[in-house]
Write a protein that binds this ligand. Sequence first.
Ligand SMILES: *Cc1c(COP(=O)(O)O)cnc(C)c1O
Length: 356
Amino acid sequence: MSRYWSPIVHKLTPYVPGEQPKSTNLVKLNTNENPYGPSPRVIAALQAAVGDTLRLYPDPGASALRETVARYHGLSADQVFVGNGSDEVLALVFQALLRHDAPLLFPDITYSFYPVYCRLYDIASETVPLTDAMAVDVDAYANRPCGGIILANPNAPTGIALPLPEIRRLLEQHPDQVVVIDEAYVDFGAESAIALIQEFPNVLVVQTLSKSRSLAGLRVGLAFGQQPLIEGLNRVKDSFNSYPIDRLALAGAIAAYEDEAYFQSTCKAVMSSRDWLTEQLETLGFRVLPSATNFIFVTHPEHDAAAVAAGLRTRNVIVRHFSLPRIAQYLRISIGTQEECAAVVEAMREVLAAVH
Ligand SMILES: *Cc1c(COP(=O)(O)O)cnc(C)c1O
């Protein structure tokens, strides 16, 4: 507390990211990072970008990156926005497109950054409960007065994906509001709402290079939508930071989209380890929600989730536990390499034998 703070600072409850431990001999499965490194082409592009040109500002419009990504998705460059990680993109989206008189709607269980942005930007919000099966129920959003809707699809931390026809129904229900689809995990087995952009002026899709493209450390996020939505984002961005994407991030991000084979093969490896880990944990008595992401959300009928997480921690495995009432008995486990997944199963056997 300080008397020097702006009044709003007293009311903030900042987001708490997953632990980034100093120790490296841990099986770190708590922040959904990709276990495989970035494409070798990304590393080469980053190295090539290190040099005297770093004395110059980067392109404020990041046009080479926007053109590359637009081509990749069959869009035009003015339908693409880029920012310093999708968390920054989301912050700009909340300010530029979701701050209205009526409340913003999002699920009761979802990415916990959304309520944080609401407090930062003074946006009223209401949560809409997931079904008993932890899925988004589009009908529960119908006829609810709102200023906008944001969904993570697949949802986090449940991992459950909403099929595209359901997103379409949601967009049709709310023609006068922006519906934001946060697709941080879409590449691990869900369908992207980018396919709906030409048809719906109210859909904004947000993606990141942090998960499926293994570049959490580079900080690049994207938004896709019709040009007026992108222009709104640019107006706020250019009132805040003209250069969110530095020269290295620009070079690395472009290279990531130029190595489709590496992208496909690493996503496939993660998905196949996910399916293996799901089966193994089911054999140990866990209930595993159907995941279309690079993590699984699991609960055990006979073992306390927080105690299991603590037991895993003493065996050098870190997973994520959220102390929200509805999901207090669940653990979120990121998918590591096949060896890391095998280590989780091994540690879990020991923990279940020891903890009740
Ligand atoms: C990881 C994640 C993000 C943030 O990604 P960055 O691009 O690294 O900021 C956004 N939304 C969801 C749902 C995520 O899980």
